[in-house]
Write a protein that binds this ligand. Sequence first.
Ligand SMILES: NC(=O)c1ccc[n+]([C@@H]2O[C@H](COP(=O)([O-])OP(=O)(O)OC[C@H]3O[C@@H](n4cnc5c(N)ncnc54)[C@H](OP(=O)(O)O)[C@@H]3O)[C@@H](O)[C@H]2O)c1
Length: 342
Amino acid sequence: MTSLFPPFKTSNRNRQMVLAHRPVGSPQASDFALRETPVATPQDGQFLVRNLYLSADPVQRGWASNPALTPIDAPMRALAVGVVADSREPTIKAGDVVYGFLGWQDYALATRADLLSHIPEPRAPLSTYAGVLGMPGVTAWLALNDIAPPSEGKAVLVSTAAGTVGSVVGQIARQAGAHVVGLTGSEEKVARCVDRFGYHAAYNYKSGDLAMTLAQARPEGFDIYFDNTGGPILDTAIRNMARFGRIIQCGTAATPSWSPPPTGLRNEREILMRALTWTGFVIFDHVDRFGEAIDQLTDMLLAGQLNHDEVVESGMDQVTAALEALFSGTNAGKTLIYIGED
Ligand SMILES: NC(=O)c1ccc[n+]([C@@H]2O[C@H](COP(=O)([O-])OP(=O)(O)OC[C@H]3O[C@@H](n4cnc5c(N)ncnc54)[C@H](OP(=O)(O)O)[C@@H]3O)[C@@H](O)[C@H]2O)c1
């Protein structure tokens, strides 16, 4: 069991990566600054977490742009995995592993409401609880299985196909017997989709004529589109859906800013004539179902049925580059920042 835990040191200083400027579009390293404060002491109902793995997630672009969620000079709103150092919350004890809204910092003062998962007995390396067993993996599991469960004979299209969410969607759909096609942004990721994540085919949406590629890949149209990008890729995918198809709107990675709102093709006629169902999904509406999804995903992981790519960088100063990489597409799966021995 202990080998699942990385080593870590303790300190009475809390380094925090704070938001120094409100970003315009996607956040840059220059929007952040490193600060230090004393480590806080938990009061009744609170516990203190020693963060070990800081997460960079695409949703932070929205969090950084929203003053109500991330005030200037406050630690960047972020998910992290850590170990409880001290607790005055009766259901959480020192040594427990937790994952949730713990911020880009060494130590977080938290309550139960900040947690997405409480993992008193980890079954997998702690880092995985922020990736394939964390918010992205659980999103893939719940959004696909609840909204448009794949099955034999169905054709499933996935965007950001090589990423954490996309690669889990692709593998679940393939194991359910569907025909699975991925869209991603480089030839190297195309190869990973096919070789590592089991897609029947994958295409680089940045090269060639995407409309023609999709029409040739599935002339009868796709039954399910798991969309993580929106924008022009979605516009093209909609025009390649089969009648009565289902679109899961999970992400909008293609749009750096919603102010002013972007313009593009009108899609309502396609939705109508193809009799499509277009459903949005927000993982934070489903916090009560993390345990159920993590159990299923852990079983798949331990049975060797779930490949995942994880890059662990060391040092809190690496965290902003990890976030930037998500919007340039240069990330190779889930990037986590290990800060246990900084
Ligand atoms: N709705 C929810 O509750 C929920 C929860 C978790 C995640 N998500 C969404 O799921 C998506 C994937 O998240 P993830 O954590 O697995 O990240 P990820 O796919 O590992 O990384 C983000 C990827 O977005 C793609 N991308 C970046 N800029 C793009 C652009 N301009 N046009 C098209 N694609 C672009 C890149 O992939 P390519 O190289 O393939 O282009 C990049 O690698 C994100 O949109 C995220 O917001 C939604």
